[in-house]
Design a protein around this ligand. Structure first.
Ligand code: HEC
Length: 187
């Protein structure tokens, strides 16, 4: 006599342990067929050339690095006159002001009056004579042994130029509690 249960037995019977022929769960089958369909799409996508090969991916990544390098790499400095002209741009000054508060104010003071680093508003300079070219150079290369970090490669060239322009716009601003003069007086 066979009942409903018997029909589902596959015929494997090991010491009384029986295997039933239950259907596989729906979610499992869906995943399984899904992987087969995915394989076809995958092969078609990459073999037809519409998907990037690893080599192409590498080329794209390298190109991105190159673009990044050209925006932070060795600076092509304009002449002092051109820099001065550009330094009037309010947008550039706004970028400089923002960068300064975020990256420089901790050492040079919110008003550039000097704290750990020198006062940047007076006419005393340790490095150069306070021209935009000088200031850009100091910001780029830093003064490692005196605690002024180098910013080249960390900030973009435009940001460094913006910072120098912002500092330039604060010359003679006579902030409260200035740090004592450091360096050479520039007439
Ligand atoms: C960790 C502290 C620190 C930070 C942050 C810092 N500086 Fe300086 N900076 C110094 C010190 C210290 C000096 C003086 C170096 C020396 O004695 O030669 C200096 C010098 C300078 C000078 C030259 C001043 C002169 O008299 O020649 C400029 C310009 C300058 N910093 C700009 C900046 C700018 C712009 C930033 C932000 C991007 C910045 N610094 C961030 C500490 C700092």
């Amino acid at each position: 006599m066979s009942n409903e249960m018997d029909k589902e037995i596959v015929g494997h019977d090991y010491d009384g342990i029986k295997e039933y022929d239950n259907p596989l769960p729906g979610w499992w089958l869906l995943t399984f067929y899904g992987t087969i369909i995915f394989a076809f799409i995958y092969v078609a996508h990459y073999e037809s050339g519409s998907g990037n090969s690893l080599k192409k991916d590498l080329e794209i990544a390298l190109a991105q690095i190159e673009t990044l390098k050209s925006s932070v790499g060795p600076i092509k400095l304009d002449s002092e006159e051109v820099l001065l002209e550009k330094a009037k741009d309010p947008k550039l000054l706004a970028v400089g002001a923002e960068q300064f508060q975020g990256k420089c104010a901790s050492c040079h003071g919110n008003e550039l009056q000097g704290l750990i680093g020198p006062n940047l508003t007076d006419n005393f300079w340790i490095h150069g004579k306070g021209t935009l070219t000088d200031v850009i150079t100091t910001i780029r290369t830093g003064v490692a042994d005196k605690g002024m970090p180098p910013w080249e490669g960390i900030l973009k060239n435009e940001e460094i130029q913006a910072l120098a322009s912002f500092i330039h716009s604060k010359y003679g601003s006579q902030p409260a509690n200035p740090k004592e003069p450091q360096g050479q007086k520039i007439e």
